[in-house]
Design a protein around this ligand. Structure first.
Ligand code: PLP
Length: 406
């Protein structure tokens, strides 16, 4: 039934049947991919029969547009995250429409669930019960949680320095956690070797084509939640660049299907000291020795694995990149929470920081979506740096009234 969904190489355009062990285009991939962006990334191509298949105003069933049948997905609710009109922020910055797409409400607290959900279903369809992943934190806790719902076994390669909550999540979900004495890039390469030796399915971002495909679902939701109102700008955080490519894939699919005719302008936001894609996008430098360092752990990436594809995708739709400092991220995180009630993690606050940086160039009548990819409670140590913890009070009401300033 889904046999007419295919893979298409992002470089040479060759079309392949979707198969369990096909991860990169056999013609374009490189044998040694250690520490480099991936070549020959495969994207799912929708069958032509779906073109114009959606009637005006008809509610979309997202499973019709994914390459795996609905029956293989685990019983857990992923996506359909809220789109929140940020009224206080609209008033403060005098822009008519600002929306927060809060993906921290996914079951494991991040956007990564969108990819893990599809990977899990793909594994189930192919009778694979073990899934391997390397992660800065969220892909790991996500795969662990979704695999638990699917009764699959997750093997997690993660830097030992990842935020505690993300490590705890993996263990809580019963995954096999392999903390690595090294950074994410090391974990990535080790996990690929582990998959090759064991034959287990690898979920690494960009490498497994289902990661970009799963992440496209957010664009379908946005299109529906906006109720026909157009989106002018989307701000989203960029690490490896798979969220970026996933969102663009979603809008490209919507266009292919005849559901929209214009793709919103997308601003990818990176931290100043994790700027691999920014540098490649504007200066055409792919620096394989780049060393990232930012408090926003989820977008702290040395060499973006989806680097070539992300840069190309963003150029094709005429998007832009923005850099923000760690200070701007921390400020944005706290400010966003205070103004909206949404507590997101630092990487997600980068979206808001990027918006704050460019807001003076955005005219009043535009509509802006900020993609908030992860929940703030995943990394309270970083959040603690931008708030002041109050001194304790005597347990005495008169003392409190006398000493509290309000
Ligand atoms: C992974 C992640 C990102 C960045 O996604 P990439 O695909 O690596 O660019 C941003 N925010 C959060 C919360 C994430 O977990």
């Amino acid at each position: 039934m889904k046999d007419d969904f295919k893979y298409k190489c992002d470089i040479c355009g060759q079309v392949y049947n979707i198969e369990k062990n096909l991860m990169l285009c056999p013609k374009c991939r490189e044998d040694n991919i250690e520490g480099k962006p991936l070549k020959g990334i495969l994207k799912v191509q929708l069958p032509a029969r779906l073109k114009n298949s959606v009637k005006d105003k008809e509610k979309i069933n997202i499973f019709d547009f994914l390459p795996v049948e609905e029956k293989y997905f685990p019983s857990i609710s992923v996506g359909n995250t809220p789109l929140i009109e940020a009224k206080n922020i609209q008033n403060e910055y005098r822009i008519d429409n600002i929306y927060l797409k809060f993906d921290g409400t996914n079951p494991t607290g991040s956007f990564k669930d969108r990819a893990s959900y599809l990977v899990s279903a793909f594994a189930k369809k192919n009778n694979v019960n073990e899934i391997v992943v390397a992660s800065t934190g969220n892909a790991a806790s996500s795969m662990a949680g979704i695999a638990a719902a699917a009764e699959q076994k997750a093997f997690i390669f993660m830097p030992e320095s990842a935020p505690k909550a993300k490590l705890v999540q993996c263990l809580q979900y019963g995954a096999e956690l392999i903390p690595i004495k090294g950074d994410y890039d090391k974990a990535f390469d080790l996990s690929l070797k582990f998959s090759q030796r064991t034959g287990f399915l690898n979920r690494n971002t960009a490498y497994n084509p289902m990661t970009i495909e799963g992440k496209k679902t957010v664009s379908f939701e946005l299109n529906e939640q906006m109720l026909g109102k157009k989106i002018d700008y989307i701000f989203l955080p960029v690490g490896d660049g798979v969220v970026l490519s996933g969102v663009i894939k979603g809008f490209n699919d919507l266009k292919y299907l005849g559901i929209i005719n214009k793709i919103p302008k997308i601003f990818g936001v990176q931290a100043e000291n994790s700027s691999f894609i920014y540098d490649a996008f504007y200066n055409n430098v792919f620096n394989f020795n780049y060393k990232a360092s930012t408090i926003a752990d989820s977008i702290s990436v040395n060499v973006a694995r989806n680097g070539y594809t992300a840069v190309n995708d963003l150029k094709t739709i005429e998007g832009e990149m923005v850099l923000v400092s760690d200070e701007e991220i921390m400020f944005a995180q706290h400010r966003l929470s205070k103004m909206s009630g949404v507590f997101c993690e630092p990487s997600s606050a980068a979206s808001f920081a990027g918006f704050l940086k460019l807001r003076e160039n955005i005219s009043k009548n535009k509509s802006v979506v900020l993609l908030l990819t992860g929940h703030g409670l995943k990394d309270i140590d970083t959040a603690l740096k931008s708030i002041k913890f109050p001194k304790s009070f005597e347990a005495d009401i008169d003392y409190i009234i006398d000493n509290l300033k309000f």
